[in-house]
Design a protein around this ligand. Structure first.
Ligand code: PLP
Length: 403
């Protein structure tokens, strides 16, 4: 059977237009076009790239409703964007002679590791204060706790709020309009990790006036190794990389011209291009009607239209993933450790699951190319794999009782 890809929150296939741009701007020196230059060079080879590179800034700015392309700083991916937003704000505060202990990072317990680890680093390094806002069993942000922390920290120094638009594991959405209103009222900096939004749901600065926004090209049909950080005009961040004056002095290092232009092309194609939940709902209904003891994370709350996170009673995630992989389906677990094995997901732990359940979830994340036929094939295999695991488990229990 043809392998089927159902892991679009991990990464997406590059779109044709983005791939053409990537190749076009990686031409060999013998090409008549010679689009291989360094965009910072002042000679013809650099100059001829400039307008396409600048257009990519405009395309990404337009995608999120940013007023000016110059507010977009390209990076190596959202991990770098998030690190720059959090550490850059903290280091800028320190550079201005302020005390680290007066810098408060307020974020959630279910953010991507890039956010949580950057915040923990600031906490370890300089005793910045980290406030992790809990979530409910459904994955919803505890807004009362956020308001309480904002009230407790009022007047105590600088506050940086960092929240994700949509959770990459469960798809649960955070109430960004309310968070942005609180940030404005409390005069706090606001960073949004909007990585999972483009191409799925609307995210616009017109509705959510954030100071900083992180994006990743490979989650929206662009190439890997490129990201962007929107930095609102007037917001000061210390640079993480020191060297040349690239990206308007905000990120040193030779510019990844092919990747950035390809990112711009992908961003333009995602403009006003959102997913319908139809196929996800079809999948969830089929799973529920064919398998007993299934729990869908965040099912009762606002979620991404492409993400389903399943837990099956009595079924360990590792065996399930292996079975599905053997059948040709690419889906994802809670979280993969560096060793390649599956560890408990910090997101599911924060939602109140125990360690075994938190290592047993299976995430299916759909893309625009997935079809009902693929979902039918997936559910057919899922039923067999889950039944097989449960049958082996009860046979094992029976035989151990005989001993
Ligand atoms: N934030 C979220 C919500 C993500 O899903 C990811 C990637 O999984 C990242 C940040 C990091 O993105 P990148 O792969 O571009 O570093």
């Amino acid at each position: 059977m043809k392998p089927i890809y159902l892991d679009h929150n991990a990464t997406t296939q590059i779109e044709k237009g983005a791939q053409s741009a990537l190749l076009f701007f990686s031409s060999t020196a013998t090409d008549p076009d010679q689009n291989f230059g360094n965009v910072s060079s002042i000679h013809w080879a650099g100059r001829k790239l400039k307008s396409a590179w600048e257009e990519a800034h405009e395309q990404v700015a337009t995608l999120i409703g940013a007023p000016r392309g110059e507010e977009i700083c390209f990076t190596s991916g959202a991990t770098e964007s998030i690190n720059t937003a959090i550490k850059g704000a903290f280091f800028d505060y320190l550079e201005r002679g302020e005390s680290a202990a007066n810098f408060h990072i307020i974020t959630s317990a279910v953010e991507h590791e890039a956010t949580i680890e950057s915040a923990r680093f600031c906490e370890r390094l300089g005793a910045a204060k980290l406030h992790l806002i809990p979530v409910s069993a459904e994955g919803e942000l505890d807004m009362a706790k956020l308001e309480e922390v904002l009230a407790q920290t009022r007047g105590l120094g600088k506050r940086l709020l960092s929240f994700m638009a949509a959770n990459n594991e469960t798809g649960v959405l955070f109430p960004l309009e309310k968070i942005a209103a609180l940030a404005a009222k409390e005069d706090a900096l606001l960073h949004i990790d909007a990585v999972q939004a483009p191409g799925r749901i609307e995210f616009s600065l017109a509705k959510i006036p954030a100071d900083l926004v992180s994006l990743s090209a490979h989650k929206m049909g662009g190439p890997k190794g490129v990201g962007a950080l929107y930095i609102k005009r007037g917001i000061k961040l210390a640079n993480l990389l020191h060297g040349g004056a690239q990206e308007r002095k905000r990120r040193a290092g030779t510019i990844n011209v092919p990747g950035i232009i390809a990112f711009g092309v992908a961003a333009a194609s995602k403009q006003n291009n959102f997913m319908s939940p139809e196929l996800r709902d079809y999948l969830e209904l089929a799973v529920r009607s064919h398998i007993s003891g299934v729990h869908i994370q965040g099912q009762g709350v606002s979620r991404l239209p492409n993400t389903s996170n399943f837990l099956f009673d009595g079924v360990r995630g590792e065996s399930l993933l292996m079975g599905l992989d053997l059948a040709g389906f690419a889906v994802s677990s809670g979280s993969a450790c560096n060793s390649g094995s599956i560890g408990p997901s910090h997101v599911l732990l924060a939602m109140g699951h125990d360690k075994i359940a938190a290592a047993s979830a299976v995430r299916v994340s759909l893309g625009p190319s997935n079809t009902r036929a693929e979902i039918d094939a997936f559910v057919g295999s899922l039923v067999k794999v889950v039944q097989g695991i449960r049958a082996r488990k009860s046979a094992h229990i029976d035989s151990s009782h005989k001993i």
